[in-house]
Design a protein around this ligand. Structure first.
Ligand code: 5SP
Ligand code: CO
Length: 228
């Protein structure tokens, strides 16, 4: 029997204090990874940080980096993030001209390959790509901003993706990102997600460490109760 999938909590530093990033990273040392949102004001209507800052974060972070690239020209940029030694690099399929080639390139450079889908992007056209991926990111809000409400309309897509992964026997994690709270994590985990990005639900709490432990326990329980 294969090992049960672990549930991971990846706090998003979009909700952290950007002036004190090193201290903010130390507050989430019990997380599974830190989720770094890169936005270029082209693919999404917001602007955050770029490669030099991400490289510096990588040097001081107590946990691995999970980069979420919400940028145009991602076929050119994403490999450079993999070269920086990040644990995982996730690109949006809507921004890529050659997603299979890009996923292979990320793996060849030593990063886990993640592919993200906006809420309105169907998963079915990409199911053949699952063997090329380590992680499928199903956005549960429109990408661009933290603090939005979870879109329940994405739950059937998570279920279909999990069924396809189980059916094909590949080892692909399903990450969800946007509006994950103590309440919504249960629905997302029941549907089949096992990596949870949480910005406000971690950094908005007095103890990010306690928030991570509590979210992880809830996610693991709901994921396991769904028979996995
Ligand atoms: O990628 C994004 C937003 O585009 C996310 O990673 C958010 O930063 C998550 O924030 P919360 O919804 O958890 O506050
Ligand atoms: Co994100």
């Amino acid at each position: 029997m294969s090992k049960p999938l672990a549930c991971c909590i990846n706090p998003s530093i979009l909700s952290a204090d950007f002036v004190n990033l090193e201290a903010e990273l130390a507050r989430i040392a019990n997380a599974d990874a830190v989720h770094v949102d890169v936005m270029d004001n082209r693919f999404v209507p917001n602007l955050t940080i770029g490669l030099p800052v991400v490289e510096r974060i990588q040097q001081v972070s107590p946990v691995p980096l999970d980069a979420h690239l919400m940028i145009a020209d991602v076929d050119r940029w994403a490999p450079l993030y993999a070269d920086a030694g990040l644990d995982s690099v996730t690109f949006h399929v809507e921004a890529s001209d050659a997603p299979i080639k890009l996923a292979r390139e990320l793996r060849a450079r030593g990063a886990k390959a993640g592919m993200a889908l906006r809420p309105a992007t169907a998963v079915e056209p990409y199911l053949d790509m699952l063997p090329e991926l380590d992680m499928l990111l199903i956005m549960t809000v429109e990408p661009g901003f933290g603090g939005q409400s979870f879109l329940d309309v994405t739950l059937p897509k998570i279920r279909r993706a999990r069924a396809a992964i189980e059916g094909s026997g590949v080892n692909v994690a399903i990450q969800v990102d946007g509006g994950i709270t103590e309440e919504t994590i249960t629905r997302a985990a029941e549907a089949g997600a096992n990596i949870f990005v949480a910005g406000s639900a971690v950094y908005g709490k007095p103890s990010p460490e306690d928030a991570i432990n509590s979210l992880r326990a809830k996610g693991q329980l709901a994921f396991g109760q769904a028979g996995r």
